[in-house]
Ligand binder design. Sequence first.
Ligand code: ZN
Ligand code: ZN
Length: 333
Amino acid sequence: MSRLTNCLGVVSQVFPRVSVTLLVTWSFWAVLFKVILLLPPFAGCSGVFFGIVLTFVWAMCLTTYYCVLFVGPGSPTEFPMLVVPGYSEDEDGNSNMAGEAMHPPERFVSHSMMVKGNGGFRFCSKCKCWKPDRSHHCSACERCILRMDHHCPWFGECIGFRNYRYFMQFLAYSEVYLVLVTWVSCWVLVQFFVNNRWSVELFSFHVLFVFCLGLVFTLSMALFTGFTLYQVLRNKTTIESYEMQRYRRRRHNVGNVFDLGWRENWRVVMGQHWWQWLLPVTYSYDVGGQCEDADLYANGLCFPLETEVASGLRLVERLERVSGELERGLLRR
Ligand SMILES: [Zn+2]
Ligand SMILES: [Zn+2]
């Protein structure tokens, strides 16, 4: 049974990757060899220019696609400070650890916002690790994913903290690519069958298939890209858009505490400069100043909070510390 499950797992990863690569490359080949290099009007400068633009967009589609796969979403299990190796559970779900042994590292606690329904810190018993804010366990990948957005069947991979920007770039380049191939194949079909411009011997069914598939994918990708862009500007993951989050000391729904305003939300995910938005180069968010926990922010273990929420949380923590100290002082007397 486990062999069958493993087999299905491999197929669900390999099949979409091979299909997407073949589909994108076949449509590129069809437009290049059956339209640009074959039909007379494309022999001039405009044809060369169109060919160069199409080649660039096609290459960027595949590059960003494989960046999503090779970079991966990132997992909290890669950080030893979050892993509890000795953890185990009996059949009733009772853990073998309690008290201090089962307390997350202090450095992690001070930055955590999200909690479980009972107010405790989030822990994954399958991965035996503490779950940073916005991370979730993916049953398809069988591991926890940092800032998990969704498990994408077109990649056979999760979209999360590290590969989200490449995913966004892939969506944008694919949409441009689809518009280009659909438009050019539509124009060629009109010239053949409405204007009777060329003899039917020059017609290729590949162009017809590119147009049909291109039309379907252009429309569906446009909707999905629009939705993803909207999510980026609100700094919300797909999971967060349909699941209510529980925040520490503010367990009722206070909205999205990670929403920093659309400009900053865009920069957090896509980078500070235009070339980081367009090119698949490495980028990690810089919280600025002399933050001693900058590495936690850069690795997706914690996230900048909306100013009002952050200052409110700091105030509550300060009050709790003072009241605790007062209580201890009174008890000593
Ligand atoms: Zn997990
Ligand atoms: Zn997954």
